[in-house]
Design a protein around this ligand. Structure first.
Ligand code: ADP
Ligand code: MG
Length: 244
């Protein structure tokens, strides 16, 4: 298995907010992490990223246990729900360059990475644009481009469809599909399963810091509905996408 999480528990101020979370993900797949507000979804991906300090549990990537915070930081990319948190550059190209520059890559390598990402995300014409004036979908693409530029092993996205209009939502769905097709391993936190479930491989439902249910996404439609995740009645698995 590419990614294995074993028995991850997180207690803050005496409250057990994540309780013995275990799951795994194959390379090149999309995992949906769903559940109601307050279930612990953000805390779980923040823990993987190294932004929280779980008191127990293992994170194993390609057979190697990531024990140090620094290793987790490098292996996992986190695209925050609030894209403003992830955007740091004064122009689109500077923003993409920021991560690889910080990793100490050479000038030529950084330039090459920036061109690659601009092309991959169809942002070439926005190269010199200030991130603040981008559309919601473009901002989300830029936030994703910025983390991909650092070549993470797993991409974590927290509510990537939040506050996006219809065209921007389609942009993000297409981006997720393209990332998966190019071999990226992705974990998406979302309760908006009706928008993209068809493109996901595995689904995990969290409740009160525990895994309530998990399985292949195509087998999880009933379970998602039973756990108050909205899905349209009678839709088949393949129909559970906003892409037509
Ligand atoms: N730093 C913190 N200190 C104490 N409680 C927290 C902290 N962060 C989150 N929580 C609590 O943990 C629970 C899970 O939070 P979170 O992971 O943000 O939920 P979700 O992303 O599923 O909506 C919530 O009850 C939240 O109030
Ligand atoms: Mg959250």
């Amino acid at each position: 298995m590419f990614l294995s999480v074993e028995g991850l528990s997180l207690t803050i101020d005496g409250k057990k907010l994540l309780d013995s979370i275990s799951f795994s993900a194959e390379k090149g797949t999309i995992t949906l992490l769903s559940g109601l507000n307050g279930a612990g979804k953000s805390l779980l991906i923040r823990s993987l990223k190294g932004l929280e300090n779980p008191e127990s549990g293992k994170i194993i990537l390609s057979g190697r246990e990531l024990t140090k915070r620094k290793e987790r930081m490098k292996a996992f990319a986190l695209v925050f729900q609030d894209t403003a948190l992830g955007i740091v550059g004064s122009t689109v190209e500077k923003d993409i360059a920021f991560g690889p520059q910080n990793l100490g890559r050479s000038h030529d390598e950084v330039a090459e990475t920036v061109d690659e990402q601009l092309a991959f995300f169809s942002l070439e014409e926005k190269r010199k644009t200030r991130p603040a004036v981008l559309s919601g979908g473009e901002k989300r693409k830029l936030a994703i481009a910025g983390v991909i530029a650092m070549q993470p092993e797993v991409i974590l996205l927290d509510e990537p469809f939040a506050n996006l209009d219809y065209p921007s939502t389609l942009t993000v769905i297409r981006t997720l599909i393209k990332l998966k097709e190019t071999g990226h391993t992705i974990i998406v936190v979302s309760h908006e399963a009706e928008k993209f479930l068809a493109h996901t491989d595995m689904t995990i439902i969290l409740e009160k810091g525990r895994i309530k249910a998990s399985g292949r996404s195509r087998d999880m439609i009933r379970t998602l509905k039973d756990n108050n995740v909205y899905l349209p009645a009678d839709a088949s698995f393949e129909e559970l996408t906003w892409l037509r």
